[in-house]
Ligand binder design. Structure first.
Ligand SMILES: NCc1[nH]cc(CCC(=O)O)c1CC(=O)O
Length: 358
């Protein structure tokens, strides 16, 4: 073998002992997610290991609305493009909707629990929190839907990893926090949820609970490896949901929620756009016939079209204005979270900036 990386490798990039380097952020959630991907790759016959990539969002505690969306995924994609890893694992909901031609088609392993949950002091249900109760979340989508349900609660901006955010409830600083159920489920904490929000109460971020696994477009071996992890039903659902975001030209901090579920050969999509104050709530839904085979030719196109149908119905109801207003009124209050960057006092691998806007 020559000294060049992959020197003498066959066309598809395989070498006899090639180990795929899976790039991941360093948080407990990120490494747990990437660990599942590593195990799945190994099970599919592709040796793999994790490599931690530090991102700007992990060291900068400014609100994500200010430091910009995509800080969590850009650094990982740069590492992948620059051959510092061979595979990148993202929380799908944090990825911009624009396709990135540097990478092979995104693979989506089977999705985890997609809805949001409440973690509250004394396991108090959301409806029974007292007037003025302090509920932590930064995501405009969550703020908007929570404010629509309970205009009398006090929504407190909050970032930080799962442990940090739940810690504000334990310490009594907050009465409750709202988190993605998937984050709790993947780290073995779903039993700590006081309540699971229903689709009627709160729609999740498009692609919440799903992973996006990428490889370089020119690395045929890694691309084939990640393609082996794709779960057709999960891919259909996230395709429909993210199409709504793309048509609305809204980013991952937009007050847009969506869930698509396959049931008896039909893909059902429901989406919401809400003003951050919760005073305007637009909701639309539609279904598309997929048939028995989620991987069939045409299924992805049907999912995309379904997303467009629902997005266009939202636009007809005035969604463009709600999204535009939300973009101009990002919350500037300082989030409740430790100000100490991880290299000065944080635990190794811990990320104060664990909550992206959700
Ligand atoms: N917003 C940041 C983020 N990105 C992915 C998850 C959780 C896992 C997932 O949704 O797949 C979270 C935390 C949260 O929203 O509570």
């Amino acid at each position: 073998m020559s000294d060049a990386p992959n020197g003498g490798a066959p066309q598809n990039g395989a070498t006899a002992d090639r180990v795929l380097r899976i790039g991941t952020r360093g948080s407990e959630l990120a490494t747990t997610q990437a660990g599942h991907v590593r195990d799945a790759l190994i099970a599919a016959g592709y040796p793999a290991e994790l490599t931690i990539i530090r991102t700007e969002g992990d060291v900068n505690m400014a609100p994500v609305e200010r430091i910009g969306v995509g800080v969590f995924t850009h650094a990982l994609r740069d590492a992948l493009a620059n051959d510092r890893c061979d595979v990148a694992v993202h929380s799908y909901k944090d990825l911009p909707t624009a396709q990135d031609e540097r990478f092979a088609p995104i693979a989506t392993p089977e999705r985890e629990y997609p809805f949001d949950v409440l973690v509250s002091s004394g396991d108090t249900p959301f409806a029974e929190l007292g007037a003025g109760a302090r509920v932590g979340t930064s995501a405009p989508r969550r703020r908007a839907q929570l404010a629509a349900l309970r205009p009398d609660i006090d929504l407190v901006p909050l970032r930080g990893n799962i442990e940090t955010r739940m810690g504000f409830v334990t310490s009594g600083e907050l009465d409750a926090v709202v988190l993605a159920g998937a984050g709790l489920a993947r780290t073995g904490r779903l039993a700590k949820a006081s309540q699971k929000f229903t689709a009627e109460q709160m729609l999740p971020a498009p692609a919440q609970g799903a992973l996006a696994v990428e490889a370089r477009a020119d690395d045929a071996y890694a691309a084939a490896a990640v393609a082996a992890l794709d779960h057709a039903e999960s891919t259909l659902a996230v395709t429909a949901e993210r199409r709504v975001l793309a048509v609305l030209e809204a980013g991952c901090t937009a007050p847009v929620g969506a869930i698509a579920q396959l049931d008896g050969g039909e893909l059902h999509l429901e989406a919401v756009v809400a003003s951050v104050a919760g005073t305007k709530v637009l909701r639309e839904s539609a279904s598309a016939v997929i048939g028995d085979d989620a991987a069939a030719d045409g299924a992805l196109g049907a999912a995309r079209e379904l997303g467009e149908t629902v997005a266009n119905a939202l636009l007809a109801g005035g969604a463009a204005e709600v999204v535009a207003v939300a973009n101009g009124t990002a919350d500037e209050r300082v989030p409740l979270a430790p100000e100490i960057p991880p290299e000065q006092g944080g635990q190794p691998g811990a990320e104060p900036g664990g909550e992206k806007p959700g």
